[in-house]
Design a protein around this ligand. Sequence first.
Ligand code: DGY
Length: 317
Amino acid sequence: MKKILITRRLLKESEDKASKMFDANLNSNDELYSQSKLIELTQGCDAVLTSLTDKMDEETINKLPDSIKVISNFAVGFGNIDLEAAKKRGIAVTNTPEVLSDATAEIGILLILGACRRASEGIEAARESNWKWSADYLIGKQLTGTRLGILGMGRIGQKIANIARSLGMIIHYHNRSKLSEDKEQGAIYHDSLKSLFSVSDVLSICCPATKETENMINKETVEYFPKGAVITNVARGDIVDDEALIDALNRRKIYAAGLDVYKNEPNLNPGYLKNKSVFILPHLGSATKDTRIAMANLAIDNINEFFETGNCKNKVN
Ligand code: DGY
């Protein structure tokens, strides 16, 4: 039986499945392992099932024992893993696409609605019974007829586009390449960031975090947007230069932001907390029971597939 380390606690159903299929070392206290503890616990293991909280950088990967053949990430994003370093050591890295697209798209839409309709201010006022209805109280931005720019029209981006269309939004997108017409469903392709941002009344960031997308929202690109645009991020914090976005929010160039992901999670840049027009969530993209079970099961199956066939369809390096 292959031996695996699971770095974070999973839902019981998934831990039971892992224990049936492997000699699985579970983390019942859900402790956040330090680099040295993780290295120590992987001794003698064939695979490690990681979460987005595990920083699998080059140094960590180089210290893994030779027995490790797979890093199976419990996430669709894999910005926490140095893919090249893993490849150099002959370690396959896998992720969990598709199973979380619906749940994450729901949060993507929640961010758009929350930011545009001033949900943070509304929740605070309602909790404190500190409000009086009036014709101009907490007036927000209506979505009907506005242009939604989608940065990264993959599975999640396409699902957000479908829901947004039903809210009357007009969809624009930028991707590495133009999609086929059946995937576009009438969405308008832009071959540059500048072109997309300049027509985005609302932006939904859905692209993976890579060296190329790091700080794509920055001092320069934030100026491409129409005045009063809304920026939302359901992908990864590394795509946004926080200081540039906070500055644009403070001077009302950007009307509001909706954020589920951050650099240095869970420590948000305090500038976001000081600004009432920022609608924030604590990385809830895939946080539903069905989705978390499906993700964990896929992460476990990815390891099994690799050992049974020598490859895995969800291998990303
Ligand atoms: C992912 O899988 O990348 C999600 O962000 C997890 O919630």
